[in-house]
Ligand binder design. Sequence first.
Ligand code: SAH
Ligand code: SF4
Length: 358
Amino acid sequence: MGVSKLQLSFAECCGLCYNIRQMNELPKEDLERLMARAYAVKTATWGRRVALRGLVEFSNICTKDCLYCGIRRSNANVTRYRMTEDEIVEAATWAAENRYGSVVLQSGEISSEANTAFVEGVLKRIHGLYGDSLGITLSLGEQTRETYGRWKNAGAHRYLLRIETSNRELYSKIHPKGHSWERRLDCLRTLKNLGYIVGTGVMIGLPGQTEADLENDIRFFRDEDVDMIGMGPYLAHPDTPLAAEAPIQAKGRLLALTLRMIAETRLAIPDANIASTTALQAIDPEGREKGLLAGANVIMPNVTPVKYRKSYLLYPGKPCTGEESELCRSCLERRVKSVGEEIAWGERADPLHSLPSR
Ligand code: SAH
Ligand code: SF4
């Protein structure tokens, strides 16, 4: 069954009352009602506020070959780059000085000692400058326990690693041999065990993904007790094997589906940090704002130097690739205000879900 017959059915109680809901055939008014309920939960737990994470996409060099990703190892059409240590620290400094409160360092996956030491050095410098006042999140893929530990000791305290889909069989269809769902899960658990604030997420609208898969994705977030969730539509990149296989999804449907998943996730885990992702903005110019109204409370504006942005295309149609961070900042503030929200300037904004008093 494809995504056109999606349906979410929450049988178990998670503190809020769930009814069986038709996922994709939800009339517009019902989606709006669902979003309003999720938004009320968000505002009750977190307020009408949005936390920022300045995203530094510091390298597109990757040893993995995920079948959907534009910067996969086998895509020869990509100009590869890695920012220097100074450039990364400068981008993080810009975010901190502009009161973003947190940065996310993201790249392709590399497991060499040289890369581990490079990241470690960068973290020590950023943490040395701002201490714990600046949140530092990493999104650098699967690594050993030792590597995760070294990076944590160097100053990182949050980690994003999407499970991509909670369905192992589907996972194996969208990855080549040698990429393991079990290893990914193991990494998530290791990160938690090391004391990281852990985020995961999925792509929505993957070829072959069913209603049960999406329902199970939300269960997975709950069962793994994750603190942060980042979900976005799957967008077929023309230079990837998966794009050749699957038809391009209608943007309107992907948008509705993603908003619905955000709203359902907010209802299921009221105190998690949920990102309104850039991929949402790629399918609708106001996608990120709509994500906020569906219950998301985090936005990750890009602070990567403009000269690198067009080389970090995980999916096509990525917005803001030509805009300086300064421009993005004022545009963002205007957009957030337009939906009646305020930016939580300067706040590290760890998820309430991760706080010990919970
Ligand atoms: N290499 C790291 C971080 C960069 S990839 C990692 O894989 O964790 C970050 C995320 O981009 C992935 O987790 C995936 O969910 C998303 N992504 C990659 N290709 C995509 C596509 N074609 N459409 C939508 N999201 C995509
Ligand atoms: Fe590499 Fe991440 Fe893309 Fe997979 S999703 S190919 S690990 S950058």
